[in-house]
Design a protein around this ligand. Structure first.
Ligand code: ZN
Length: 271
């Protein structure tokens, strides 16, 4: 190679420690040099959300699902069509004055992944069986560390934030991360998503990739569930089969809300 070497770094803000940092601009995941958390690096977005470190692998998560649902083990009865490590976005309401390892805070979903079996966390619904996102995001230490700049996340899909934090008394868009002691922190939480077939009936289910627990409610397939799975098949199909880059192109309506979220996040810099 000849000529000038391009500058492959950019400035950003770690949403784990709120430090201003310089990161490689050509990597999907980077490590914060200040707090050590692994961050999602989206081109054009200054804020870099932190990722909770996965601890349970694909095999352990699938076996937990088989056990909990008592899936039939007879030859050919149960078949996994696809599995994928998803990094799901959540908003966490942070109050720096009250931040504590023992005090729970509100966490709401930043994308609707119910078609693949991840129920939404909302201000009214903070508890979902098996999902430990609130507990694991209370502090940077609770989030854990991923070695080698997130190398083990190589095959993971980052789901873009498509929903604002909203909720009663909350701003429609996140408050400035620069100054305010209370703000909405975007965090990414790992789940294993399974698309599987039991006696020719399709199922989607996710397992918490930190605790290794299936995320409930786990129940046998019913007609209503089949209908909602079919309605969500576009999203589900994308999540299981397509790279994340194709998302906006495939789903214009969601792309619009994504664009709104991006604008909201970018506006934080000027606030
Ligand atoms: Zn940091």
């Amino acid at each position: 190679m000849t000529g000038q070497v391009a500058d492959l770094t950019r400035l950003g803000r770690c949403l784990g420690c709120r430090g201003k940092i310089k990161v490689a601009s050509d990597r999907a995941f980077v490590s914060c040099p200040l707090c050590g958390l692994t961050l999602v690096n989206t081109p054009g977005i200054a804020d870099l959300p932190a990722v909770v470190a996965p601890k349970a692998g694909q095999r352990a998560c699938w076996e937990a699902l088989v056990r909990q649902l008592d899936l039939p083990s007879r030859e050919g009865a149960t078949e996994v069509r696809a599995s994928r490590l998803l990094l799901a976005p959540f908003w966490r309401h942070v109050d720096e004055a009250k931040r504590s390892v023992s005090r729970a805070a509100m966490v709401v979903s930043a994308a609707d992944l119910s078609p693949v079996g991840l129920p939404r966390l909302t201000p009214e619904r903070q508890r979902i069986s098996g999902l430990e996102v609130e507990k694991r995001t209370r502090t940077g230490d609770a989030m854990g560390r991923i070695p080698d700049e997130g190398q083990e996340l190589a095959g993971a899909s980052v789901v873009q934030a498509m929903l604002g934090p909203g909720g009663p008394g909350a701003p429609a868009i996140p408050a400035s991360v620069a100054d305010s002691p209370t703000w909405w922190q975007l965090v990414y939480y790992p789940v294993w998503s399974f698309h599987y077939v039991v006696y020719n009936k399709e199922h989607f289910h996710v397992v918490d990739a930190v605790s290794g627990q299936p995320i409930g409610p786990a129940r046998p397939l019913r007609i209503g569930v089949i209908a909602s799975a079919a309605a969500g098949s576009l999203l589900a199909g994308f999540l299981l089969l397509e790279p994340v880059a194709g998302f906006a192109a495939a789903l214009p309506a969601l792309a619009i809300s994504l664009a709104a979220t991006r604008l909201a996040m970018q506006s934080q810099r000027g606030a």
